[in-house]
Design a protein around this ligand. Structure first.
Ligand SMILES: Cc1cc2nc3c(=O)[nH]c(=O)nc-3n(C[C@H](O)[C@H](O)[C@H](O)COP(=O)(O)OP(=O)(O)OC[C@H]3O[C@@H](n4cnc5c(N)ncnc54)[C@H](O)[C@@H]3O)c2cc1C
Length: 357
């Protein structure tokens, strides 16, 4: 079976990796393999710190479990050792009484599902990280949370495409040609494309192509070096992520269309937020300030659609790195075993259309 994947962000590439590894003939067509949000993402695998509940938490926990095996197979294929931690990797700091209450309640919900979440006093916090800022009132650890170098993962996936014989072609797909509910082919600016099955993984650019309510949410992220925390420090104002070779400080959330400029104000907000939780960062060396577009939906949940010969995987918003392995698995399970996951109903674009008379 020939599978055509549109989009070379983390969702498209992990899907391509899984399908090609399972023996499918895969081809990726992408407008620009460097423009995706996936290249600038923080790489936190952090459902508790992000406040996920219900169906989003179920999907995220399933995805977390797939990471070690996925990274192991990528290493076997490419030899690349990608920075990854998945045990007590994230410290969720609280800065206000209100946040303390929110996380107390969230931790209660997690405990009801049998998940262990540890509450930390300011004294406990010192054993995890010295020199925290004075505004830090306490913290939480959900031991299953992780941290992966998303940029290195993207690089490695592109290397894997080469080794698996998956062509990554550059074109801007303008329109799927549809007939009787099936995709008959794709028209791009440079050419036309066809396959037996199509996967659309076009991130923040999905609205025009697919008619789904996905909008870009700009996120700016700082890269510094020289000072690193021992684990991810996550607060409501900024998060600080050690990656071994460097440290990331993220991230702004802005609605400015596709304006990709990194701004002084973005950098200032991130620096102030980061210094509030880890003052020694004042001596860190500035490396870069970059921006990407989260594929955002009205309810913050993804858009999954399964048609006769196509699937849509988009709208992963703040969680695309975390949710990528589980998203790819939906396609593999459908093509290999004919399993239609309930997530295709839970996250169907019909949830918006249903409200329009
Ligand atoms: C600053 C920042 C920090 C983040 N931190 C985290 C984090 O810590 N953890 C986490 O889980 N998530 C995080 N995210 C979110 C995550 O990055 C996204 O959810 C994820 O990268 C989306 O992946 P994607 O493959 O859907 O889209 P993208 O990576 O944006 O890729 C989409 C691809 O589709 C291509 N494309 C689009 N339209 C067309 C077309 N018409 N024809 C051909 N190709 C097309 C584009 O060229 C692009 O290559 C962060 C995002 C940002 C911006």
């Amino acid at each position: 079976m020939n599978v055509l994947i549109v989009g070379s962000g983390i969702i498209g590439l992990i899907t391509a990796f899984e399908l090609a590894s399972a023996g499918y003939r895969v081809r990726v067509v992408t407008r620009n393999y460097e423009e995706g949000a996936s290249w600038v993402a923080g790489g936190m695998l952090a459902p508790f710190s992000e406040g996920l509940r219900g169906d989003m938490l179920d999907l995220a926990l399933g995805s977390l479990e797939l990471f070690p095996d996925l990274l192991g197979r990528l290493k076997d294929l490419t030899g690349a050792e990608i920075f990854h931690r998945q045990e007590k990797a994230v410290l969720r700091l609280v800065l206000s009484e209100e946040e303390e209450k929110q996380f107390q309640s969230l931790a209660g919900e997690y405990a009801q599902r049998g998940e262990v979440v540890e509450k930390l006093t300011p004294e406990d916090l010192k054993s995890f990280q010295e020199e925290l800022g004075e505004g830090v009132r306490g913290g939480w650890i959900f031991p299953r949370e992780g941290n992966v170098d998303a940029e290195a993962l993207m690089d490695t996936l592109l290397v894997a495409m080469g080794l698996l014989g998956v062509p990554v072609e550059i074109d801007d797909i303008r329109e799927p040609e549809m007939a009787s509910g099936e995709v008959k082919g794709l028209k791009g600016l440079k050419g036309t494309y066809s396959g037996d099955f199509y996967v659309f993984a076009t991130g923040a650019w999905s609205a025009d192509l697919l008619g789904v309510p996905v909008v870009p949410e700009k996120g700016q992220i700082l890269k510094v070096r020289g000072i690193s925390p021992r684990m991810v420090l996550y607060s409501s104002e900024a998060y600080v992520i050690p990656k071994g070779r460097y440290t990331l400080i993220g991230a702004t959330s802005e609605r400015r269309g596709f304006d990709s400029k990194p701004t002084l104000q973005g950098g200032a907000l991130l620096s102030t937020g980061a210094l509030r939780i880890l003052p020694p960062l004042k001596d860190a060396e500035f490396v870069s300030l970059r921006a990407g577009f989260r594929p955002s939906t009205p309810d913050g949940k993804p858009v999954f659609e399964l048609g006769t010969n196509y699937a849509v995987l988009t709208g992963h918003h703040r969680h695309g790195i975390l949710l990528a392995p589980a998203s790819a698995r939906l396609i593999l399970d459908y093509l290999e075993k004919g399993i239609r996951s309930p997530y295709f109903d839970l996250f169907s674009p019909q949830r918006w259309k249903a409200t329009v008379p």
